[in-house]
Design a binder for this molecule. Structure first.
Ligand code: 5GP
Length: 234
């Protein structure tokens, strides 16, 4: 089954999201997988956002596995590591003091507080990769995506949506990594994120991790303007 694509429109434009323009992605999968990402079109920054529990980390891990040519930013967070998480791989884990220092010195491209912890994208590595022509992906929350849109309007903003709200709740509870009060905070944040879907250039529905990865790779390889028809000037 393919992931569904919806092209976005900004809320200001009043344009409704259209369904199904992504069509079947699996037939194009081999071609997209084989594609290298050279040249100016591949230099774009891609932001992957969406509610907690939707599967962004799984998508990013699959992207890292299948497409090592794509660079994924490693964020800094004040959240404590979950079992299995390694400093410098999933995140750079920092204390509040260190995070304050990074904010004060302007070393973060964007940062946000999410469900009681702070998260931020180190600026230097992103700019270096983009300058070197390496396609770069940020996996960040809505507040961060809005900051990136404001400072780097050429970035492609992709919203990862769950097939249904019930499915999102099930995934968030099912992973068993957070206590109930944290799950509630994440679900509350998730409702806000879902309401902001139309601020993104397009939506990918996470029905299949592989399909979402194929679509992301195809989007990164596309000419920037070809993949963002619904975007209105901001
Ligand atoms: P988690 O604690 O589940 O790893 O992440 C919680 C939320 O923080 C997720 O929505 C994730 O996308 C977001 N996040 C991770 N890194 C960053 C970052 O650098 N900046 C922002 N704004 N959000 C981030």
């Amino acid at each position: 089954m393919s992931g569904t694509t919806r092209q976005g429109g900004s809320p200001a434009s009043g344009k409704a999201a259209e369904s199904g323009s992504g069509g079947s992605t699996s037939s194009a999968a081999g071609r997209e997988r084989a594609r290298v990402l050279p040249g100016p079109a591949g230099r774009r920054l891609t932001v992957l956002s969406g509610p907690s529990g939707v599967g962004k980390s799984t998508v990013v891990a699959e992207l890292r596995r299948a497409h090592p040519e794509v660079w994924l930013s490693v964020s800094v967070t004040t959240r404590k590591p979950r079992p299995g998480e390694t400093h410098g791989v999933e995140y750079f884990f920092a204390d509040d003091e260190e995070f304050d220092r990074l904010v004060a010195s302007g070393e973060l491209l964007e940062w946000a507080e999410f469900a009681g912890n702070r998260y931020g994208t180190p600026r230097g590595p992103v700019l270096e990769k983009l300058a070197a022509g390496v396609p770069a992906v940020l996996e960040i929350d809505l507040q961060g995506a809005r900051q990136v849109r404001a400072t780097m309007p050429e970035a492609l903003l992709v919203f990862l949506a769950p097939p249904t709200w019930e499915e999102l709740e099930k995934r968030l509870r099912g992973r068993g990594t957070e206590p109930e009060d944290v799950i509630e905070r994440r679900l509350a944040a998730g409702r806000v994120e879902m309401a902001a879907e139309r601020e993104f250039d397009l939506t990918l529905v996470n029905t299949s991790v592989q399909d979402v990865c194929h679509r992301l790779i195809a989007l990164m390889a596309d000419a920037p303007e070809a993949s963002r028809p619904g975007r209105s000037p901001s």
